[in-house]
Design a protein around this ligand. Structure first.
Ligand code: ARG
Length: 398
C-alpha cells in the first residue's frame, strides 16, 4: 500500500525541501501538497502551483476564506487583540490546519507535515489541530534541525525549484485580516523602518473620509448603507482604509515559547471594524458588562493567539460574549484621519443612554431622581479612605 503524507505547501524554500525529505527521511512513497486560501495575494498561489508542478507534486488548493472571515468576525465580537496585534496569522492557522487535515483524510494519508521551524508559534497552532487525529505529525525542518543555509545547499544539489521565492526579502505573511513583515533589519527593535515595508497602507495625508458601519449582534453587516458578506467587507475596508494609512502597528511581541520579537503589521479593515465595534459596545453595554467583558476579551485573545479557538474555555467565553452581543446592533460613523480610524458618531436602539439624565439641564431628570439626592452619596464617597488615613496617622503617632 502506498504511504502518503499531506504537506502544508507554500512553494517557499522550507516546504519545497520538505517534499524529498518526507520520502527519504520519513519513508513516505507519496507527498501531496495542500495550499489553503485565507486571502493571500494571487502571486503566492502562482508560486505554489509553479513550484508544485516543477516538483511533480500533487497539489490541492482549498478555499477557506469564508471560514477564516467568520472567525475574524468572532474576533471582532471579542475585541480581539494580542499586545496590539489583531491576530491575522494566529486565527488563520487553525482554519488552515483543519482544511489540510480534511484533505489528508480524503486521501487516506498516514502522515501530515508542515515546514515550520522550532522557534515560532505556527508549529504549535498547526499541531494543536493535527494531534487530535491519528495521523503521524511531521515537522522536518524542526526535527532534522535544518538551517536556511543547509536548505539552500540541499535545494541546489537536488536542483529543486526554489529561485521563485522572495529570498533575501522580508519574511511576510499575508491573509485577509493582516499582513505581517519581519526579518532583516526589522529584527533590530531600534531600527526605524521606511515606507518600503508597507504594501497595504500609504503614509497618512491630510485627507479624511467618513464611513458608516452597521452591526447586528456584534457582527459587521453593512458599509455606507450597503450589505456586504464578511470576505467582501474585509477586502473593501482594507483597500479603503489602507489609503489613509490606517492600521499600521509596530510591536514587541511575546511569542508562545517565550521569545520576544519585533513585529510590524498592516491591518486596515481590522482596525476599522475593531474601533467601530468597540465604539458601539461603549454606547450599549453597562459599565459592569464592559469591565467584565475586558477580561473575557483578553482571555479570548490569548487563546486566539495560541491557535486554540475551539476548547471549552473559548466556548464558555463565547457564550458570555454572545449574550452581550444581542444588543450590539446599530450604526457607527468612523472618520479615517491621520492614520487612525476614529469613532465620530454612534447610534443604537439598545443605547444605555438617556440624554435627559446626562444633560446639564437638570430640570427634567429621568424618573424621580432629584439633584439633591446625590448629597448623601457625596458624603459617603471616599469614607473608608478618609478613615484609613486617620487610623494610619494615629497609629504612627502623627
Ligand atoms: N508573529 C505573528 C504570529 O505569530 C505573525 C508571524 C508571521 N510570519 C511571518 N513570517 N511574517 O501570529
Amino acid at each position: 500500500m502506498t504511504k502518503t503524507v499531506a504537506l502544508a505547501f507554500s512553494g517557499g524554500l522550507d516546504t519545497t525541501v520538505c517534499v524529498p525529505l518526507l520520502k527519504e527521511e520519513y519513508g513516505y512513497d507519496e507527498v501531496i501538497g495542500v495550499t489553503v486560501d485565507v486571502g493571500q495575494p494571487a502571486d503566492e498561489f502562482d508560486e505554489a502551483a509553479e513550484t508544485a508542478e516543477a516538483l511533480g507534486l500533487d497539489h490541492y488548493v482549498v478555499d477557506a476564506k469564508e471560514e477564516f472571515a467568520a472567525l475574524c468576525f468572532e474576533g471582532v465580537r471579542a475585541n480581539a487583540s494580542y499586545q496590539g496585534y489583531p491576530l491575522g496569522t494566529a486565527l488563520a492557522r487553525p482554519v488552515i490546519a483543519t482544511a489540510i487535515l480534511e484533505v489528508a483524510k480524503e486521501h487516506d494519508c498516514a502522515g501530515i507535515a508542515h515546514g515550520c521551524t522550532g522557534k515560532g508559534n505556527d508549529q504549535l497552532r498547526f499541531e494543536a489541530v493535527w494531534r487530535d487525529s491519528d495521523l503521524e505529525v511531521i515537522a522536518p525542518v524542526r526535527e532534522l534541525g535544518l538551517t536556511r543555509k543547509w536548505e539552500k545547499e540541499y535545494a541546489a544539489e537536488r536542483d529543486l525549484p526554489v529561485e521563485g521565492g522572495n529570498e533575501g526579502d522580508w519574511s511576510i505573511d499575508t491573509n485577509l485580516w493582516s499582513r505581517s513583515v519581519e526579518g532583516k533589519e526589522l529584527e533590530e527593535p531600534g531600527y526605524v523602518p521606511g515606507e518600503e515595508i508597507y504594501e497595504w497602507t500609504s503614509a497618512p495625508t491630510a485627507e479624511t473620509e467618513e464611513l458608516e458601519l452597521e452591526f447586528e449582534d456584534g457582527y459587521p453587516v453593512a458599509l455606507n448603507g450597503e450589505a456586504y458578506d464578511p470576505v467582501e467587507l474585509i477586502e473593501t475596508l482594507n483597500a479603503l482604509a489602507g489609503e489613509y494609512g490606517v492600521g499600521r502597528s509596530d510591536i514587541m511581541e511575546d511569542r508562545m515559547l517565550g521569545l520576544k520579537v519585533r513585529e510590524n503589521y498592516e491591518h486596515p479593515a481590522a482596525t476599522v471594524l475593531l474601533s467601530a465595534h468597540a465604539g458601539l459596545e461603549a454606547l450599549v453595554l453597562t459599565k459592569e458588562e464592559r469591565d467584565f467583558k475586558r477580561t473575557v476579551d483578553e482571555q479570548w485573545s490569548q487563546k486566539g493567539y495560541e491557535g486554540l479557538v475551539s476548547g471549552p474555555l473559548v466556548q464558555a467565553l463565547e457564550a458570555f460574549i454572545a449574550k452581550t452581543q444581542e444588543r450590539v446592533t446599530g450604526t457607527v460613523t468612523i472618520r479615517l484621519e491621520g492614520g487612525q480610524a476614529r469613532v465620530v458618531g454612534r447610534t443604537s436602539p439598545y443605547a444605555t443612554y438617556s440624554a435627559d439624565a446626562a444633560s446639564f439641564n437638570t430640570e427634567d431628570v429621568t424618573g424621580s431622581i432629584e439633584q439633591e439626592d446625590a448629597t448623601g452619596v457625596a458624603k459617603y464617597h471616599g469614607f473608608q479612605e478618609r478613615l484609613a488615613k486617620k487610623v494610619i496617622a494615629a497609629a504612627k503617632g502623627e
